[in-house]
Design a protein around this ligand. Structure first.
Ligand code: HAS
Length: 557
């Protein structure tokens, strides 16, 4: 499909900007492993301190890259599947707000005024521009949803009998989840954090802030994941040489995410004493529920891949696994996606450990948690993002992939790196190694009285994995920017491989309409969150004074 220069430029900027920032994000990932393993025993390197680096790492990789990509991929998906371009003025406005917001937050972080990590829990306080920047970035991502919904409604008018394309359904579900969950964090930022950061209020309700953050925070992880799921359902079976086993299963999965992505945030707060047990138990049960759409996806995608393997002539029960195009440099997107899926098997299983109320008390705030989330957000999410960014850039600009054989190795190297890295973190977590700690200053410093030799092998393993991941990242940058700076070779177009369905499934009205699901979503949310908010208001405790990263004495100015 041909698209206008304006839309093309919007998408390209939304890909190029975060991939460029990712250089900084990946650098700080490596630095984390060096600090934590005791290879570096100091507070800062190159004028950036440990928590500043960790904040940059989390915000760039987990917030900026993911939200820019989701919007870019959403524009491309909606335009391609509905054969109509989004409103360009709205798309430019959205991009402008996101860029200005990112620049504000970047200034605050780089100048050392916002070392509050990506969760920005109070009473850690950041510069007002950090909060304002975050708010603008979020508002920028809201705008496309309203435009896409109107595109969909216009399409529906002329296509009464057709099923809504699965990729369109996934995109609108994802941004609806995002819109609803970000309302809470917008309230947290604009009503609680910003006035406090500006000095208009002196103290802050920490538990309420954390609860509002996690109302947003867990849904955030599905906002990261769903673009990858859209690719798994609508693109991957085609790349494998087969068909999607069930389109209906995809619809069920996306609608279940709509219901269950948000009302589970309290599973991040199992250790918060202010929230009562009944509320925690209920959200723990819902957390097992939100694993269901992923189990459905695991079986549907495995069946689609098995079908592809059999078409490629496989024999026996598991023979299909040997027939897939794992290292085909012309079909490199397959490699990016399959490596993400393999990582997600472990990422998902560790998530289920976290969700179990009692087991959570063993792993909470330990290195286990980053072990889990690097096999999710740095697994399927990250690999889908960087693979698709390269694919979209190359097709939209008619470029040939630079160093195609290196490109197809990148996801495998990344997979190996993450497996080593996360094993180190999870092993360490199980023997008490804390997360978010500059271990090299104390616990991993042999001359310190707090030295913990049992964390030496775990953090060294983490560092080894981090080095492999960094090498994969560097190779990716060479391929990506090599492609960007190469000469045009093909016509410029917006194309996606599109998977056919294995079964001719009839249209089921319930799975082709948003309305009933949105209503149930609101009801489940109210049931899950009214008690949680009631608990934090009732058991709020005294309001907290400021806690500045540079001076960790409560109330210090
Ligand atoms: Fe999580 C903490 C529970 C999924 C990210 N999670 C985090 C944090 C992050 C994160 C960033 O209940 C830390 C936040 C912080 O800074 O404090 N998580 C879960 C559960 C799931 C889950 C139950 N998490 C994710 C995803 C993330 C993510 C997805 C990012 C994208 N998580 C928790 C809990 C905590 C938590 C607690 C709080 C812990 C604490 O105490 O602080 C589920 O959604 C997982 C379901 C997934 C599956 C896997 C399905 C497998 C698939 C692959 C199939 C493979 C195929 C290939 C088909 C059931 C789909 C086969 C072919 C071959 C050839 C092999």
């Amino acid at each position: 499909m041909q698209i206008s220069r304006s839309l093309k430029n919007i998408i390209l900027i939304e890909l190029l900007l975060p991939i460029t920032l990712l250089i900084l994000g990946i650098y700080h990932g490596l630095m984390q492993t060096l600090y934590r393993s005791g290879t570096i025993s100091r507070l800062s390197t190159a004028h950036l301190d440990y928590y500043q680096g960790l904040t940059l790492h989390g915000v760039i990789n987990a917030i900026v890259l993911t939200s820019f990509f989701a919007v870019a991929f959403g524009h491309a998906t909606m335009a391609f599947h509905l054969q109509k371009e989004p409103n360009k003025s709205a798309a430019w406005l959205s991009l402008g707000l996101m860029v200005v917001g990112t620049l504000m937050a970047a200034w605050a972080m780089l100048s050392g005024n916002a070392s509050v990590l990506y969760t920005f829990y109070p009473p850690l306080k950041a510069h007002p521009l950090f909060y304002l920047g975050a708010a603008l970035l979020i508002v920028g991502t809201w705008i496309p949803l309203f435009d896409w919904v109107s595109m969909y409604l216009a399409w529906r008018k002329n296509n009464h009998e057709s099923k809504m394309p699965l990729a369109v359904l996934g995109t609108i579900v994802n941004f609806t989840i995002w819109f609803v969950c970000t309302l809470a964090v917008a309230y947290e930022v604009l009503v609680l954090l910003l006035p406090w950061s500006l000095g208009w209020t002196k103290e802050i309700n920490v538990t309420l802030s954390r609860t509002l953050f996690w109302f947003f925070g867990h849904a955030l992880v599905y906002f990261w994941l769903l673009p990858a799921y859209i690719m798994y359902y609508t693109i991957l079976p085609k790349l494998a040489g087969g068909k999607l086993y069930s389109d209906l299963a995809g619809r069920v999965a996306f609608f279940l995410f709509l219901l269950l992505s948000i009302p589970v945030g309290v599973h991040h707060q199992f250790s918060d004493p202010n929230i009562e047990r009944g509320t925690k138990f209920f959200q723990s049960v819902l957390t097992f529920g939100v694993a269901m759409p992923s189990f459905i996806t695991a079986f549907t995608i495995a069946a689609s891949l098995e079908y592809a393997g059999r078409l490629r002539g496989s024999k026996g029960f598991f023979g299909w696994m040997n027939k897939l195009p794992y290292l085909d440099s012309k079909n490199y997107l397959f490699s990016y996606m399959i490596c993400g899926l393999i990582l997600f098997i472990f990422g998902g299983l560790t998530g289920i450990v976290n969700a179990s109320y009692q087991l959570n008390s063993v792993v909470h705030n330990t290195a286990w948690i980053p072990g889990h989330f690097h096999m999710t957000v740095a697994g399927p999410v990250f690999l889908a993002i960087i693979g698709m960014s390269l694919f979209l850039y190359a097709t939209l600009k008619g470029r040939e992939i630079f160093l195609p054989r290196v490109n197809v190795i990148v996801p495998w190297l990344w997979l190996i790196g993450v497996l080593i890295f996360s094993t180190g973190l999870m092993w360490g977590g199980l023997i008490g190694e804390p997360r978010r700690t500059n271990l090299g200053m104390t616990y991993l410093n042999p001359s310190n009285s707090l030295y913990h030799p049992e964390w030496v092998p775990t953090t060294i393993l983490g560092m080894a994995g981090g080095i492999v991941m960094t090498i994969a990242g560097l190779l990716y940058f060479i391929v990506f920017f090599g492609t960007v700076f190469s000469k045009k070779k093909y016509p410029e177009t917006l194309e996606f491989p599109v998977s056919d369905s294995y079964h001719e499934e009839r249209r089921v009205g319930l799975f082709d309409s948003f309305r009933p699901w949105v209503v149930i979503m609101v009801v489940v949310l109210l049931i899950a969150y009214i008690p949680a908010i009631r608990d934090v208001m009732k058991n709020a405790g005294p309001q907290a004074p400021t806690f500045l990263p540079a001076n960790p004495t409560p109330g210090a100015k």
